[in-house]
Design a binder for this molecule. Sequence first.
Ligand code: BEZ
Length: 260
Amino acid sequence: MEGLHFCTSFYVYAEVFGDNHHGCFQKEVGYLYQRIKHIIMDSNETHTNPISMPRIGDIAPNFEAITTKGKLNLHDYAKGQWLVLFSHPADFTPVCTTEMSAFAKRKKEFEHLNTQLIGLSIDSIHSHIAWVQNVREKTWVYLDFPIIADLDMSVSKLYGMLQPNESETAAVRAVFFIDPELKVRLIMYYPLNVGRNMDEILRALKALQTADAHKVAMPVDWQPGDPVIVPPPKTLEDLDARLADKEIDMVDFYLAKKSL
Ligand code: BEZ
């Protein structure tokens, strides 16, 4: 089983890096695997499942999926928590392994922020299980969160994770931040060949939660503990209150910061 998945990953690599020096048997098998996958998906899915793109402020489109933790219905799974839903291109590939391991190592930090992780790639559940086990055996890191097996690309297409000019068979590296009211609050997209920054993902999540809790906004490069932006006054009375408030560091009435 692992051999076949290696070939799948190999094909995605050839697609990204060109196939100049990899003329081996695995590539041929990987290519055939992908073609067969495409033929099946073209006949079943392409016309009934157009690519869509949720936007910030939209209710996260619901779906049911098979994952490494069993069946998952997105809206039921959320249960009043934040969700970080992220895609990666393929199992058994190096950048993806570093990213997934980083999510796993920092899972507790996400949980402290009332946030559950959900991964996804266009691979089978068998591939996911073999890869999770392989990473555990080789590195002692356990990818202990649901990873969606999106072989029919239905979720990838629903969330605009499949971007055909980057790859027709692999999801790009997308991250959707979904709040407890199921609203999409922040979206990141990275290409196949650049891994994401885990500190930035956690920083963005903390920024969203702090902005909500205190009705403020976050300035450039904000880090937890830094001053935050106070919204501009909406009435003359608010302006007078602001001018009198010694806690507020005001450059002008529209640019003012305070410490929380
Ligand atoms: C990776 O995760 O290493 C990777 C996957 C697909 C294309 C390029 C890199």
